[in-house]
Ligand binder design. Structure first.
Ligand code: FES
Ligand code: FES
Length: 157
């Protein structure tokens, strides 16, 4: 039997009907068509499903949708402000940190949460923060450069 779960999803308050066993990933992708949240391992190892829950990076394959009751949930679709990309998104584009792009939403969400907590990170801190995200195209150097550039842009904004 479905249960009602109120949440703010991508800045919009709503109440969603979910099965108790649905993960947040399942709700977002399969029920709401927010396919920017990717599906990979479904065991918490690849990071392609990373979203923000109350500003913290969460692997949505590991969290039940019902656990998001009362939370603010942000997916990659909700990161830009109108036509203006978030600085982390802009940096990924400008630094060529996107190859096939499958890992990109997860990296961008993880980096966004990380930079909110650590606005002036070292390269090693960036590496540590993103170790839960895998890129099968192995474009890690450009990803780290993009996150460094985003940190600079966020400080200037
Ligand atoms: S699909 Fe969630 S961590 Fe891999
Ligand atoms: S850009 Fe292809 S998996 Fe990372």
């Amino acid at each position: 039997m479905k249960i009602s779960v109120p949440m703010v999803l991508n800045s919009r308050a709503q109440t969603l009907e979910v099965e108790p066993y649905w993960t947040l990933q399942r709700l977002l992708r399969d029920e709401l068509d927010l396919t920017g949240t990717k599906e990979g391992c479904r065991t918490g190892n690849c990071g392609v499903c990373t979203i923000l829950v109350d500003g913290r990076a969460v692997k949505s394959c590991l969290m039940l949708a019902a656990q998001a009751a009362g939370a603010e949930v942000t997916t990659i679709e909700g990161l830009a402000r109108g036509d203006e990309l978030h600085p982390v998104q802009t940096a990924f584009v400008e630094y060529g940190a996107i190859q096939c792009g499958y890992c990109s939403p997860g990296f961008i969400m993880a980096a966004t949460a990380f930079l909110a907590e650590n606005p002036r990170p070292s390269r090693d801190e960036i590496k540590d923060a993103l170790e839960g995200n895998l890129c099968r195209c192995t474009g890690y150097i450009k990803i780290f450069e993009a996150v460094e550039a985003a940190a600079g842009a966020l400080q200037r904004s």
